[in-house]
Ligand binder design. Structure first.
Ligand code: ATP
Ligand code: MG
Length: 143
């Protein structure tokens, strides 16, 4: 039923909780996970000396750090027998998540209720809220 899953993560403890459900999802037929991290280009600090540089290099350090971290999680999922594809994108997180949902034609998104900001007073984080409202398919929210 949920053959291919999109798992967007900001690498917060909260979002990593989702991996605990992957084993059960595998038993329920999941074969492939697309592990996605979005480097939030709105949050990049741009020192003035770099203002003349090619904008595409901005966030490259964050992107390569993210690839390393994503590799660790992919290793865990692969050990569970779930094929894992890593995607690192740059942009606005909820927009990239929705774009990848379409591109990869996934059957489920598994997302944390909160992330690195961890403001408990909010029912949902801003990224998870927008994804739940705008996703084409079902979303599993991990508290
Ligand atoms: N940059 C990102 N790339 C991929 N997934 C993300 C990203 N940011 C958040 N997510 C996903 O969305 C979930 C909820 O995070 P969200 O950012 O909405 O909450 P928050 O950080 O607590 O609050 P906010 O960012 O609104 O201040 C995370 O657990 C993660 O699954
Ligand atoms: Mg956040």
């Amino acid at each position: 039923m949920f053959r291919k899953i999109l798992y967007p993560t900001d690498f917060s403890d909260r979002s990593k909780k989702a991996t605990a459900y992957m084993k059960q999802l595998k038993d329920a037929g999941t074969e492939e996970v697309v592990l996605l991290h979005v480097v939030d280009t709105r949050k990049l600090h741009i020192p003035e000396v770099y203002a003349m540089l090619d904008l595409s290099v901005l966030g490259d350090k964050q992107a390569s750090d993210a690839a390393t971290e994503a590799g660790h999680i992919a290793g865990i999922l692969n050990d569970l027998g779930i094929r894992t594809k890593i995607r690192i994108e740059k942009g606005v997180p909820f927009k990239e998540i929705l774009k990848v949902e379409s591109e990869e034609d996934v059957s489920l998104i598994i997302i944390g209720s909160h992330g690195s900001s961890n403001v408990e007073e909010m029912l949902l984080g801003s990224v998870s809220e927008k994804v739940i409202r705008k996703a084409k398919g079902p979303v599993l929210v991990v508290r």
